[in-house]
Design a protein around this ligand. Structure first.
Ligand code: ATP
Length: 311
């Protein structure tokens, strides 16, 4: 007996990410910034399950605070499904179940992972089979971090972050993440950076127009050496995130005083990512930081991008 098509559920898992390097270029006339990012996908996942429906809807569950996630058509997973339907002429909808484990507005690309997962899941459920290249085009239309959530692994992103090239990477890195309830809006953090640069224009070098990822970062990733990578973690948005959320400075100090090799604000924050020497050191650090009443999770990277788990 075959399963009726309308009872099928396609389950896709997509990862969150850490930017181990993020350089922000000068603001262009259209208000956007060119960036240079070294992305690493980590083992904090969004599980997205889609099933056939006459229209589009979303339901949320998961281990993180869901209060800031919309459940109407502005949810990026619905936008992704609608975009795929429009591009392929598909006429029905989808019910999208999102089980979230990536902190919301945490600077780890949770929404982007949902969008990438929804694209892959709907393409599989609907049999539209648009192919990898077209999925990447649709992903870039949805957001700068969405193409990386499709590819996963380790990659360099330039332009808005969406022009991806794979980076050679060896081994795996152990991360300890301190989550925050606060949430920081990415556009606000960029605005703060622009204001900071304008205030200090006399004292700092002007931002590069087309920034690049430092070769030291590429070397550390290629070597798979956490100690090398710890030396070169860098995020141009960190100072701006600290200005908006000063308590993060204390979190960074706390981790470094409890044995982390280095700590960095992840993307636009407020999640703080600590790199540990190995899995034992990561466990110790997780225990120490949990005792200070922070919400702490461990993750390993790099991991795969969005892929079908079942269905
Ligand atoms: P990034 O690191 O890519 O800048 P982020 O991890 O800081 O993003 P997200 O959790 O992806 O932030 O959410 C950003 C905003 O998008 C939130 O304000 C939220 O209201 C909105 N949003 C829309 N759809 C989703 C979704 N499926 N999951 C999370 N947020 C969503």
């Amino acid at each position: 007996m075959t399963t009726a098509p309308d009872s099928r559920v396609v389950h896709v898992r997509a990862p969150g990410k850490i930017n181990v390097f993020l350089a922000v270029g000068a603001q262009a006339d259209d208000g956007y910034h060119d960036v240079a990012i070294a992305y690493q996908a980590v083992s904090l996942y969004e599980d997205v399950r889609v099933s056939d429906a006459p229209d589009f809807s979303v339901a949320l569950s998961g281990s993180v605070d869901l209060a800031r996630v919309p459940t109407d058509g502005s949810n990026i997973a619905i936008r992704a499904a609608r975009l795929l339907a429009a591009r392929t002429g598909y006429r029905r909808g989808a019910h999208i179940d999102i089980e979230k484990h990536v902190p919301v507005t945490g600077g780890m690309g949770g929404g982007s992972a949902d969008a990438a997962a929804a694209l892959v899941a709907c393409d599989t459920l609907w049999g539209t089979d648009v192919g990898r290249d077209e999925l990447l085009v649709l992903a870039a239309e949805l957001g700068a971090d969405v193409p990386f959530a499709l590819t996963g692994g380790t990659a360099i992103g330039t332009g808005r972050g969406d022009q991806l090239s794979p980076a050679l990477a060896k081994g795996s890195f152990e991360w300890v993440l301190v989550l925050s309830d606060a949430g920081l809006s990415t556009p606000e953090v960029y605005r703060e950076l622009d204001e900071h640069r304008a205030r200090h224009a006399q004292d700092i070098f002007p931002a590069r127009v087309a920034p690049t990822v430092d070769v030291d970062v590429l070397q550390a990733l290629r070597a798979g050496e956490p100690r090398m990578l710890a030396e070169v973690l860098s995020n141009d948005l960190q100072a701006a995130a600290l200005n908006l959320e000063p308590s993060l400075a204390g979190v960074l100090e706390l981790g470094e005083s409890h044995g982390a090799l280095a700590g960095i604000v992840s993307g636009s924050g407020p999640t703080v990512a600590f790199l540990a020497a190995d899995v034992n050191a990561a466990l110790q650090l997780q225990i120490a930081l949990s005792a200070t009443r922070h919400t702490v999770v461990r993750a390993t990277g790099p991991v795969h991008g969005a892929r079908v788990i079942s269905g």
